[in-house]
Every structure is written in C-alpha cells, then in structure tokens.
Design a protein around this ligand. Sequence first.
Ligand SMILES: [Zn+2]
Length: 62
Amino acid sequence: MSTYRHFRNRIRIGPVEVATFRDGRGRERHVTACTAPSCGYSVTYLDRAAAELAARTHRCSA
Ligand SMILES: [Zn+2]
C-alpha cells in the first residue's frame, strides 16, 4: 500500500483496510488491503461498496 498516496476515507474491517485514492489519471479507485504481514492480500476496485464487501468477506490465510 505504500506505493499509493493521498488515501482518503480509510477504514478498518478486521485485519483489512479500505481506502479511497485517485490513480495517476485522476480517477477514483478503492483499495482493499490486508494488514496481516504474511497475507499480502490487496485488490483495487472501481466501486467503494465492492471494496468494503471484499474487506468484510476476506478470509485471511495468514
Ligand atoms: Zn489477510
């Protein structure tokens, strides 16, 4: 997640963080990233609701 900047609306659901940012072309993107060190789960979504749903349903393998 450190490669992204200007995160907004950061929330945490269990071990997973959801945040909104603008990509290099100014489009809004929503990233879901697990904070468990050995998990590595991180997915970018076009839709905030989809990102939050993914965070809630993430089954951590770490
Ligand atoms: Zn995880």
